[in-house]
Design a protein. Structure first.
Length: 276
């Protein structure tokens, strides 16, 4: 007696279609494996290993403190410039690292894409999750610096998980856009480093958002990470009030980026195997 075979027919995507989140859930084991592999291979054969997760923001803090704090005398809301900048560098390093890794993720995984079927959205989402390890390690170092300088978080710390989610949503949304675009336009991968560096000076990493003229503050909120960084400073350093104007605008922009990025990624998915 012949056994019946379960045959799954995979049809190419046409037009604009939403992400099949149920299908992503079915491939959760693959997602967990790729996240773990990304974490493991990132520091493979490295002497310092996961210590590199704090070396980058730590050295950036030292350079910023010398250049912008001591030489340029940039205002730091009345707190030592070292902790002022490091509080911003913790979310910024996560965001920039996730965005850079996501943009080139499909090209680096081209071998798997052309041979095995799985939801392609998994690929750019892996760095967004794996980079959280580095983020939380840097956050622990920031807690140590807060203790050293005598800072205590405010009651608004209950909003910190929300800011982390906003940070992840923004990185995911932009990551999906740049990942899909980089398949057709390889120049994006070459220009990503410059673009991320430019964004760092747009964000209030080396200066407070109070330096931005009031006439431009509404537009400043269109960059969600600006609200995240200032929110971190408000919660952990208590130097300013919670910037709800920046955060609320950033939340709307982040949702738009995530939704539009997922639709565009889904629309371009049929070309990935051909050009990856």
């Amino acid at each position: 007696m012949r056994k019946s075979l379960n045959i799954r027919i995979i049809k190419p995507i046409s037009g604009w279609q939403s992400i099949n989140w149920l299908e992503l859930w079915h491939y959760k084991d693959l997602f967990y494996f790729l996240v773990w592999r990304d974490i493991k291979t990132r520091y493979a054969q490295s002497v310092l290993g996961i210590g590199w997760s704090v070396i980058q923001p730590l050295f950036s803090m030292i350079v910023f403190t010398v250049v912008f704090g001591n030489l340029a005398k940039i205002e730091s809301n009345g707190v030592p410039y070292a902790i002022f900048s490091f509080t911003a560098l913790v979310p910024w390093t996560y965001f920039s690292g996730s965005l850079s890794a996501s943009s080139g993720s499909l090209l680096s995984a081209s071998g798997m894409i052309t041979k095995v079927y799985f939801p392609r959205l998994i690929i750019p989402m892996v760095p967004v999750i794996s980079k959280l390890i580095d983020f939380f390690i840097a956050l622990i170092l920031l807690a140590g610096m807060m203790y050293y300088f005598g800072f205590k978080p405010s009651i608004d710390i209950i909003y910190l998980p929300f800011l982390i989610l906003l940070m992840m949503f923004t990185a995911s949304g932009l990551g999906m856009w740049f990942t899909a675009l980089s398949i057709q336009y390889r120049d994006i991968n070459y220009g990503m480093g410059f673009f991320v560096q430019l964004l760092m000076y747009v964000a209030p990493v080396v200066y407070p958002s109070s330096n931005v003229p009031d006439a431009y503050r509404a537009f400043y909120g269109l960059f969600p990470i600006a609200g995240v960084i200032e929110g971190f400073r408000a919660i952990l350093l208590q130097t300013i009030q919670m910037p709800w104007d920046l955060i609320s605008t950033g939340m709307i922009v982040s949702v738009i980026l995530f939704a539009s990025g997922s639709f565009y990624f889904r629309r371009m998915e049929k070309y990935f195997a051909d050009v990856a």
